[in-house]
Design a protein around this ligand. Sequence first.
Ligand code: CP
Ligand code: NVA
Length: 328
Amino acid sequence: MTDIKGRDFLKLLDFSASEIEYLIDLAADFKAKKKAGISHRMHEGKNIALIFEKTSTRTRCAFEVAAHDLGMNATYLDPSGSQIGKKESIADTARVLSSMYDGIEYRGFGQEIVEELAHYSKVPVWNGLTNEFHPTQILADFLTVKEHFGKLKGIKLVYMGDARFNMGDSLMVGCAKMGLDFTACAPRNYFPDRALISECEKIAAGSGATLSFETDVAKAVKGADVIYTDIWVSMGEPEKVWEERIAALSPYQVNSEVMSLAGDNAVFMHCLPSYHDMKTAIGKEMCEKFGRTAMEVTDEVFESPRSLVFKEAENRMHTIKAVMAATL
Ligand code: CP
Ligand code: NVA
């Protein structure tokens, strides 16, 4: 029987395929319970702290709703609302919070920060996104893939765009662990870190996954089941990188031509938020500045019936609930 009680959830590299599968299946179970109105307040009276050094809609709301559904209370610490980093070290924060709370979520910058927090914490720490990894997002994505295709093994997932950051890295790890065929489709200097690729290649050898790195869009997407992308400029990156990202990544935009090259089976996925139109302040400003109407995905693909993005977003809540329920 899978037991991950007391464990931190910092990155998928720390978990076996059967543990990841257990979390995805537990999430499906919670989802069914929630839809049927069956109460599952299994952590009644517990308290969790949510530290956000970067902004969030999905992750914050998912943790808060999931906590309430499990019978818990949540305290939200916003990017400027605590002493963390400025007046108090991570080590001290971890010791203070873990004396009051039963679990701690952290969203912020370097992976080493959440690892340090976990090192000093007496209670489970959950990674709600770092520059390197976004592990709860992958659980939601894989639940969505499983719901749509009925399986994970053998699914061909193509990640288009900047594959060097949290989403590209985490999807590669998740695919390697769970036996999917992962392709990063990007300019050569936008592929994941060489050391992480080597680590994932070793994992893939045992799971039956394949990993490939392709600069040619038509070759990469042929026969794909999932076309996945993320924003080209992530939280915390300077505004000045927009110009080079647009120049380098424009050929890798997910548009209707890419979807038709992929074939009729292919679905579109995105962790969100997305610059698929000009209805956001940043999206509008950058589209106007660079003479575009969308960035990483066109509005046509984003709004098409092949787009699973809002199912993924909902699944953030069910999967985060599974992570908390299983580790507390
Ligand atoms: N996908 C995701 O993590 O969204 P938020 O930034 O809104 O939490
Ligand atoms: N790569 C994005 C993911 C957002 C969920 C970022 O870090 O901003």
